[in-house]
Design a binder for this molecule. Structure first.
Ligand code: FAD
Length: 462
């Protein structure tokens, strides 16, 4: 080691920070890592993992209903929010322990404290006031839910952070926003029996997703009983005498609910981090500015994950961490590859998506072939559930390359992972056509759509 206390000091023990710290330590580097809340970060403690557990919990009432069509009589069912929270908390504590153990086993020094930058090679442990020097510093402090700072009564509203720890399951909730976190929570609460409303200022939920997915999910959610209000926002929230909340909207409606939750985006955690002292620059969106190798403008200081506001997803933060390791410690300069990221929305029904939406592809390519199927999945025949699946392939007519694949329906997230490999490998529609179907599955539709449903030429549907 070259005169510093540490080879690497990581600020933030989430998806990106723990991966970078653990792997660097396993390579024999002297690593320090500080976490101000709980190791595992957003994904493990109050993001992907507890959310998916809630999604599972919220699906049971439909499973019980569907069972009747298959001959089952299911007795009276009840749900305990407290039991769900306890079980979820046990699982999260177990995972947190694994994250910590991974660092300990590789002999990283763990600091259960906030840490801030003092200068380009020095960090301060806030709890003890100690300072340490490091040859390289990674800032992996993640992001935090955006709240409507100027809205009157905003203090009565919660974000996803609090949604994981509510003492009581509300009888009614209004979720503001229409990104993936908003629609996932709207479906979770509705599935648990909560009267749920979604309000969004835009014209359709899930901007940037394929139009068929957006419209299809919107309809499915309304069919289930979720109210969706578009092109409207809150102007004021008040607490009533009975403890319930009254939110007035721009269009003059007053929505009464036990809880109001904002899921309107996440802003990078950069405040009071000592960035100014070290001279680290931010970009125009407030994220830490980095180059293709996650290097900030200050030599020796790196930033990765949500704090850089590139693509705010766990696998992306982990990938950026592994690229840092390759570049800095394995002498193999590697920049993150953001092309064709498969992703899922754990709404009900799910969305699985990879590559370009039809709308984006139409802007970039002269002629497209669109293969689209909408059908009732076999599972819904006996259950009598009226849900539909949508599958869609967006193909470049010139070279038959599949540019986008989009699925709305059961297990769409699982399918998206596999489609991600196909599209990443540059798969063509002919590859799909030559692939034998797996029968009987819903996914077989992906390889049996032989004729285009329609074409898009110069942006126009023909
Ligand atoms: P984080 O995991 O947020 O870790 C940052 C850590 O730094 C935190 O633990 C924080 O406490 C700590 N910290 C901050 N400042 C300091 C400081 N000064 N000193 C010490 N510690 C500090 N992504 C998916 O891929 N799939 C999903 O299904 C998904 N669902 C999500 C659902 C929700 C409700 C939310 C909120 C997020 C979800 N995400 C999902 C996003 C995912 O959680 C993030 O992209 C991912 O956690 C980013 O990792 P990170 O390492 O950049 O930051």
């Amino acid at each position: 080691m070259s005169g510093f206390d540490f080879d690497l000091f990581v600020i933030g023990g989430g998806s990106g920070g723990v991966r970078a710290g653990r792997v660097a330590a396993s390579l024999g580097k002297k690593v320090g890592i500080a976490e101000e809340y709980r190791f595992g970060g957003t994904c493990v403690i109050r993001g992907c993992v507890p959310k998916k557990l809630f999604v599972y919990a919220s699906q049971y009432h439909e499973h019980f209903e569907d069972a009747a069509g298959f001959g089952w009589s299911v007795g009276q069912s009840t749900f305990s929010w407290q039991k769900l929270i306890e079980a979820k908390d046990r699982e999260i504590a177990r995972l947190e322990g694994l994250y910590r153990k991974g660092l300990e086993n590789n002999k990283a020094d763990i600091f259960d404290s906030r840490a801030v930058l003092v200068d380009r090679h020095t960090v301060k442990i806030v709890k003890t006031g100690e300072t340490f020097t490091a040859e390289r510093i990674i800032i992996a402090t993640g992001a935090t839910p955006s709240m409507p700072d100027t809205l009157e009564g905003r203090e009565y509203a919660i974000s996803s952070n609090e949604a994981f720890h509510l003492k009581e399951l509300p009888r009614s909730i209004v979720v503001a926003g229409a990104g993936y976190i908003a629609v996932e929570f709207a479906n979770i609460f509705h599935g648990l029996g909560v009267e749920t409303t979604l309000i969004y200022r835009g014209r359709e939920i899930l901007s940037r997703f394929d139009g068929d997915m957006r419209r299809g999910l919107h309809k499915a959610m309304e069919d289930k009983g979720i109210r969706i209000i578009l092109e409207d926002v809150f102007t004021r929230i008040e607490k009533q005498g009975d403890g319930r909340l009254a939110a007035t909207t721009m269009k003059g409606e007053v929505l009464i609910a036990d809880q109001i939750m904002f899921a309107i985006g996440r802003r990078p955690n950069t405040a009071n981090l000592g960035l100014e002292a070290a001279g680290v620059a931010l970009d125009e969106k407030g994220g830490i500015k980095v180059d293709a190798y996650s290097r900030t403008n200050v030599p020796g200081i790196f930033a990765l994950g949500d704090v850089t506001d590139r693509v705010q997803l766990t696998p992306v933060a982990i990938h950026e961490a592994m690229c840092f390791i390759e570049t800095e410690y394995r002498n193999n300069p590697t920049s993150p590859d953001y092309d064709v990221i498969a992703t899922a929305v754990f709404s009900q029904p799910e969305i699985g998506t990879v590559g370009l939406s039809e709308e984006d592809a139409a802007r970039q390519y002269d002629e497209l072939e669109v293969y689209r199927a909408e059908f009732r999945p076999m599972k819904a025949t006996l259950s009598g559930r009226g849900e539909k699946m949508i599958m869609k392939l967006v193909v470049n007519a010139a070279d038959r390359k599949v540019l986008g694949a989009h699925i709305l329906g059961h297990d769409a997230g699982e399918m998206a992972q596999l489609l991600g490999i196909t599209l990443k490998a540059g798969g063509t529609k002919d590859d799909f056509d030559h692939t034998m179907a797996v029968h009987p599955t819903a996914a077989e539709e992906l390889v049996t759509m032989y004729a285009p449903s329609y074409r898009i030429r110069k942006g126009e549907r023909v």
